[in-house]
Design a protein around this ligand. Structure first.
Ligand code: G6P
Ligand code: MG
Length: 239
């Protein structure tokens, strides 16, 4: 009789712990990187940097450009200057970063809602229908401008971007800020990223990660895909 009682009490306790663990690890929010995940601004970044590098006579190519994904503007410039034949002072560096941003913003003016990547709107709608929160986590200071150009300024529950952080990816700051704005623990957030630095930032934040595009083969990500058209909302939430 007593044995039976203890057996059932133990069973109920185990059941409660399992339910608790499942709830604790359940995805409650998805944080999207912007450039290269929601919209193809990554190509405009490349064109802006290429123009600046050509003007300065610094060697630059698409392979070097891959290292700039997810990295802040000034850190990107430092990577480009690794190939420079002379040293640049801080004032010159600021001028160069501003010049590149001007070229980049000129290109951004052509951006429109049609430029949003296929699969993005469906995914956002389906996440919404399931009560999953959605946020942006981007190193870009141009995030508000880009969201406005693609008609998504009011789409996300939270926006965490380069204007609000001190350390860019692979530091987890931008994703942790998004999670705190949503009031959801990092362990219940999933990040969608196209940059290796961003995948690393997600893992450093203690979040799950779907890697797309350039980062799709990153072994640190929990799942990889070419783009969001290849992933169902169920697959995303089961990661
Ligand atoms: C994103 C891009 C990076 C870019 C960074 C800063 O993370 O992937 O390539 O350098 O934003 O962008 P910004 O618009 O502030 O120059
Ligand atoms: Mg990106």
């Amino acid at each position: 009789m007593w044995n039976c009682k203890y057996f059932y009490t133990g069973f109920a306790l185990q059941y409660k712990i399992i339910v608790h663990l499942v709830q604790f690890t359940m995805i409650k929010a998805v944080i999207f990187d912007l450039d290269g995940v929601i919209v193809s601004t990554d190509e405009f970044h490349y064109q802006g940097w290429q123009r600046l590098a050509d003007e300065e006579g610094i060697y630059f190519d698409r392979k070097i450009n891959e290292r700039l994904r997810g990295v802040s503007r000034l850190e990107s410039l430092e990577i480009i200057l690794e190939r420079a034949v002379r040293k640049y002072n801080p004032k010159e560096k600021t001028e160069m970063a501003d010049r590149k941003n001007k070229y980049y913003r000129d290109l951004l003016h052509t951006l429109a809602p049609d430029d949003v990547f296929p699969g993005v709107e469906r995914m956002l709608k389906e996440l919404n229908e399931r009560g999953i929160k959605i946020a942006i986590g981007s190193s870009s200071k141009n995030t508000p401008f880009i969201l406005e150009k693609i008609g998504m300024e009011g789409t996300f529950d939270a926006v965490s971007d380069g204007n609000q952080i001190k350390r860019s990816k692979p530091d987890p700051e931008v994703f942790l800020l998004a999670a705190s704005k949503l009031n959801i623990p990092p362990g219940q957030c999933l990040v969608v990223e196209d940059a290796d630095a961003g995948v690393e930032a997600a893992i450093n934040a203690g979040m799950k990660c779907l890697a797309v595009g350039s980062a799709r083969k990153n072994p640190k990500a929990h799942l990889g895909a070419n783009n969001l058209t290849e992933i169902t909302v169920e697959q995303l939430l089961q990661i």
